[in-house]
Design a binder for this molecule. Sequence first.
Ligand SMILES: [Zn+2]
Length: 229
Amino acid sequence: MPCLGSGAVTGLWGVRPRWRTDVLGEFFCPGCGGDRNYRRQHGRRWLRLFGTPILPLGGVVRSVQCTSCRGRHSTESLEQLTSGRLGAMLRDAQYTIALAALAAGGTGSRSGREVACAVIKEAGFDDCGEAQVLASLAALSGHSGGDPLDVDVEGGGLAVELHAALEPLAPHLLLQGRERLLTLGALVALADGRYLPQERAALAVVGRCLDLGTAQVDRLLEAATRAPR
Ligand SMILES: [Zn+2]
């Protein structure tokens, strides 16, 4: 376990920082491997005699201490998402992709609505039904009460939603995780038959937001047509 700035204390004399806490929060502790509370601290190194600070030394160090395991880590450890945050972002991503794929193909198809709802439920929104899905689409179309079919995935509210939901998540997912999200969107698009041009366009936006190349996207969309429904 990294032990930042604990310094050496050998008998009489030692050098150890004196810490001040500036921020409290939650992070994924790389030491004990879970969502934990942390205190971000800065400190100045002190020359100590029998552990008592005698003389301040140069150099301010900054670190993060886990309140559970007391391990100290660099402040870079705060860049890792907590498990809770990652789970929430994955749920939102899956939801937004299902909405976008449904909107692109039109909400008139019953099988399309059913597959979109199934994907959204599987993401963790257990009580989300067709009514909520259609209401969300109407809200995103920018004129609530209007026709959800008017949602323009390329330039409209859903494109904004896709960028917001997917781009911050993409760097935290392995390739398989990003491919799985695109495939779920493809299955919604395929629910009412082969891909429409606007469905391909919407899925291309999904692929770009997930940092997948054009060839990768094409291969995944093709593979989805052969997947068992
Ligand atoms: Zn810990």
